[in-house]
Design a protein around this ligand. Structure first.
Ligand code: FES
Length: 123
């Protein structure tokens, strides 16, 4: 298993916190990083949800483009959904399911993680 970050590196749900370089910035709502997954380097973002952590590949099912234009910003204005900044698709935080937009009913690719002793690990 590969260490990704500490839970506390990921912004609290509905709040802001820090990024991997430990710079505190209120604008972040998710943590961005890159991970080696099956031998390929992939952009990944992590968010807190319902007391847990979710991790997804940063690629919209619509075009494969990155979801965010600005670092660490992945949520809609009410922070209820993950939002693609290109054409506005909305995805459930829990499942990555697109519930609105050009890729409706498709999913973001979830990254398998586990939490151990406050650490987020890639399975
Ligand atoms: S690229 Fe994400 S909705 Fe079109």
């Amino acid at each position: 298993m590969t260490f990704i970050c500490y839970i506390n590196d990921i912004p609290e749900e509905e709040q802001a916190s820090v990024n991997l370089s430990n710079s505190i910035d209120d604008k972040f709502n998710c943590l961005e990083t890159e991970l080696d997954i099956n031998g390929q380097t992939k952009p990944v973002f992590l968010l807190r949800h319902n007391g847990g952590v979710k991790a997804y590949i940063n690629a919209c099912p619509h075009t494969g483009a990155k979801l965010n234009w600005q670092e660490g910003l992945f949520l809609d204005s009410e922070k209820h959904y993950i939002q693609c900044s290109i054409h506005g698709a909305l995805f459930e935080k829990e499942s990555g399911l697109c519930i609105h937009g050009p890729c409706a009913q498709q999913h973001l690719s979830q990254v398998d993680i586990i939490i151990e002793n406050e650490k987020v690990l890639l399975k």
